[in-house]
Write a protein that binds this ligand. Structure first.
Ligand code: ADP
Ligand code: MG
Length: 317
């Protein structure tokens, strides 16, 4: 069990991590979801022992790691830019951590073979990494992180640089790999789909802190703050009561009547739905509404709105 308590990391005046708390269970996958600059990479580097802490503790199974150097922390870190050694072949890259541990040569060969098989690159040992596609390079970086059989895998935007179709394919593969490995995984990403698809829990990160953490369905259905709601693409409006409410875009239906009324101010086609922006009558708020199936009304049309209460959360903060 990884236990992170109140860790703070500064870079000059920048507070990259601000008293952050987090735990990861032994075979749990936790996805940190946050915008660029929210401190995701710094968090992984701190856990790996690569950034000094200004405050807080990082413990594994109750043992404080403060004096444990990076190579003794039993973690596999896959960097955001994957930083492969360009002049080495796949084998040389994957074997790196094993050579550092001075394993016998035949053990190294066997392990390289095994992890390449895990990531779907059997037989790639002697390819140069510069000749590989972006997706293949990500797999090599993943194999390198896995090679020393760490009990905690730290993945920094593992699918970041890839195009959408490949990302969706590799998301499914990663999920199967995590199920098979049964190790602790802490994955950071700015991509909602990736975080919600892969995490046993998802933590929304903002300015070096965890804003909300929980099982994907809970976080997705019950954002606890305006910040999380907006980050997940919900509307935040003051038009429904005395407190602000978060309204999921697909919880709104347009009808001819309805007590809530508004005007269509824009509409855009997305892959499998329309996004329609509706300015509410008697309020300065607009609602972003997701509409499937039917063609939405034209810009300028007056509409009534019905909101499914399951898609509304009253916010306290
Ligand atoms: P993320 O991975 O979520 O994009 P980072 O952890 O890379 O965020 O960065 C968090 C904050 O710390 C940012 O403001 C970034 O500019 C700053 N930062 C990160 N690394 C360094 C560094 N080595 N030197 C100075 N500032 C840094
Ligand atoms: Mg980063």
């Amino acid at each position: 069990m990884l236990d992170v308590r109140g860790i703070t990391v500064h870079f000059g005046d920048t507070v990259a991590l601000d008293a952050l708390d987090l735990s990861v269970g032994d075979d749990e996958v936790v996805c940190m979801l946050g915008a660029s600059g929210s401190g995701k990479s710094t968090l992984l580097r701190a856990i790996a022992g690569l950034e000094p802490l200004a405050a807080g503790t990082i413990a594994r199974d109750g043992v404080d790691l403060a004096t444990t150097p990076p190579h003794r922390r039993d973690v596999g870190l896959m960097f955001q830019d994957h930083s492969l050694f360009p002049h080495r072949d796949v084998r040389g890259n994957v074997a790196f951590g094993l050579r550092m541990r001075r394993l016998p040569r035949d053990e190294i060969e066997a392990r390289v073979h095994e992890v390449l098989e895990m990531v779907g690159l059997s037989g790639y040992e002697h390819r140069g990494v510069r000749q590989l596609s972006g997706g293949e390079q990500q797999r090599v970086a993943l194999a390198r992180a896995l090679a020393p059989a760490p009990s905690l895998l730290l993945l920094d935007e593992p699918l970041g640089a890839l195009d959408r179709a490949l990302r969706e394919e590799l998301t499914v593969e990663l999920k199967m790999l995590f199920d098979r490995l049964q190790i602790a995984v802490l994955l950071v990403t700015h991509d909602h789909d990736e975080a919600f698809a892969l995490g046993d829990r998802v933590a929304v990160m903002h300015r070096g802190r965890v804003e909300q953490v929980g099982p994907p369905a809970d976080v997705w259905r019950r954002p606890e703050s305006e910040l999380v709601a907006r980050f997940l693409g919900w509307n935040v409006t003051y038009a429904l009561g005395s407190k602000p409410s978060a309204v999921r875009p697909d919880a709104v239906t347009l009808t001819a009547d309805g007590s809530l009324r508004g005007t269509v101010v824009s509409r855009a086609f997305r892959r499998d739905h329309f996004r329609v922006l509706i300015e509410l009558e008697g309020s300065r708020d607009a609602l972003d509404v997701s509409i499937r199936g039917a063609e939405p009304p034209a810009v300028g049309t007056q509409v009534g709105l019905v909101i499914d209460p399951d898609g509304v959360v009253e916010l306290d903060r």
